[in-house]
Design a protein around this ligand. Structure first.
Ligand SMILES: Cc1cc2nc3c(=O)[nH]c(=O)nc-3n(C[C@H](O)[C@H](O)[C@H](O)COP(=O)(O)OP(=O)(O)OC[C@H]3O[C@@H](n4cnc5c(N)ncnc54)[C@H](O)[C@@H]3O)c2cc1C
Length: 415
């Protein structure tokens, strides 16, 4: 069995998909090595195990709305896109989504997955309840009210603390979004007008292939009731696209969510890619650094300086913004954050540039995305995540026999 991009072959001795929480609890309690698997979209070995791979796809569980407390329980094994459709049918919405709805709720939350928007938290930071099976096989529920520090440590848990069965996420009334693409926006407009560009809509992404044109596409997602576009043909030095676009050159826009300012449900506009189509290129590797927002314009200039070496390796880069949160291992912990992402060509040379990239993007306290490729030394990670050592202690406390550990986590947290 392999991950989504098919370059990691999992080494599990067996795969299990329990059909009840009771069965899952027994499985966890009796296993010496076990690790949860979501939809396998991560680009490194974080989801691997040499023991039991447990998927929650078989748990017959539904979205359950707690109206009084303004949140909905989402099953961990469900894909975000499916949960979003169910919520929308009930007149509800999540605040944001990632670029695709194909990823599981549990896997996305465990790796700190995010979308974009100056005022939007990561998907993980909207979690207010966590239901999980611990190493002993107990079922526990943590809440923001009763266990504020513990839950902040457990939400981005990397699969190292237990198997999360459901997460309670904040919901709001459903809303419509209009998506616009602006072609040929100069990189200089983004660097020098960073706050204007990223503050221009509910969710903004800047895509660039680092080619000699030094331009890119801005994808804007505007909340229908709050901010419609004014009808001009140009914006920030670019031209408003009148035909559908794909963020990666040479790919069919049919895979992408509707653009051109046509209003539609939040879950069919906030992701870039349609749930029933292949997201992104499908033949790729990915890396992303979550950097201090204040450092982002300077870091984009530093990347521009090495653009001739990036361009042959990159299919596209994406820049997104997000609001600070308090989750110990979140890329956005403690400061407003910008994600600088690379969709690479699937070639081994990518691995050679990762240390240099880490040195460059680490300058803004850049934190590598847990689900993507990086080469950061664990001691450097401990400096960039202020609560990293607390997480190590928490992992030791919650999993003393280290049944949830894999090679990735042993390297990260110590053997
Ligand atoms: C095409 C593509 C686009 C992407 N776009 C974005 C994006 O827009 N924003 C972004 O931030 N990231 C993005 N990612 C990265 C992606 O969100 C993460 O890799 C995420 O972890 C994928 O979820 P998954 O279900 O596949 O997790 P997996 O890869 O299966 O697992 C990841 C980790 O989560 C843990 N985990 C899974 N389920 C559970 C559970 N029930 N309990 C405890 N731990 C669990 C696993 O043990 C593992 O450690 C993208 C990836 C791809 C392939």
């Amino acid at each position: 069995m392999r991950n989504w991009s098919r370059h990691v072959t999992f080494s599990a001795e067996r795969n299990e998909s329990p059909s009840s929480v009771g069965e899952l609890r027994r499985l966890v309690a009796t296993s010496t090595r076990i690790h949860a698997l979501g939809t396998g979209h991560s680009f490194n070995e974080i989801a691997d195990t040499r023991g039991v791979h447990v998927s929650l796809r078989g748990l017959r569980d539904d979205v359950d709305v707690d109206v009084d407390n303004g949140f909905a329980w989402l099953p961990s094994g469900m894909r975000y896109g499916e949960a979003a459709r169910i919520l929308d049918d009930r007149g509800l919405a999540l605040h944001n989504l990632a670029s695709l709805g194909h990823i599981s709720v549990g896997g996305s939350v465990a790796t700190g997955t995010h979308g974009s928007g100056d005022r939007n938290l990561t998907l993980a930071a909207a979690v207010v309840r966590l239901e999980m099976v611990t190493a002993e096989g107990d079922l526990v529920v943590l809440s923001r009210e009763d266990d504020p520090d513990l839950i902040a440590g457990c939400i981005v848990g990397l699969g190292a603390l237990g198997v999360v069965t459901r997460v309670g996420v904040l919901v709001q009334p459903r809303f419509d979004v209009r998506q616009y693409v602006i072609d040929d926006v100069p990189l200089d407009s983004v660097v020098h007008g960073f706050d204007e560009v990223f503050g221009s809509a509910y969710s903004v992404s800047f895509f660039t292939p680092w080619d000699p044109s030094r331009t890119g596409q801005v994808w804007m997602k505007r909340r229908d009731s709050q901010d419609a576009m004014d009808g001009s043909r140009t914006w920030s030095g670019g031209v408003v696209a009148t035909q559908p676009r794909h963020p990666l050159g040479g790919h069919d826009p049919v895979n992408c969510t509707e653009q051109g300012g046509v209003a539609g449900p939040w879950h069919e506009r906030l992701p870039h890619f349609r749930l029933d189509f292949t997201p992104s290129s499908g033949d790729e590797l990915q890396t992303e650094y979550l950097v201090d927002r204040a450092a982002a314009p300077g870091l984009l200039q530093a990347l521009d300086a090495i653009a001739p070496r990036l361009a042959p390796l990159v299919q596209v880069s994406e820049v997104r913004s997000m609001r600070a949160d308090d989750l110990w291992l979140s890329g956005a912990y403690g400061r407003d954050t910008v994600g600088i992402h690379f969709t690479w060509r699937k070639t081994p040379e990518v691995l050679d540039i990762l240390p240099e990239l880490d040195e460059l993007l680490g300058q803004g306290d850049g934190r590598p995305h847990w689900g993507k490729l990086f080469r950061t030394r664990p001691d450097a990670l401990a400096q960039r995540y202020p609560r990293f050592d607390d997480f190590r202690e928490l992992a030791d406390r919650m999993d003393p026999d280290r049944k949830f550990r894999n090679d990735f986590l042993d390297t990260l947290l110590g053997p």
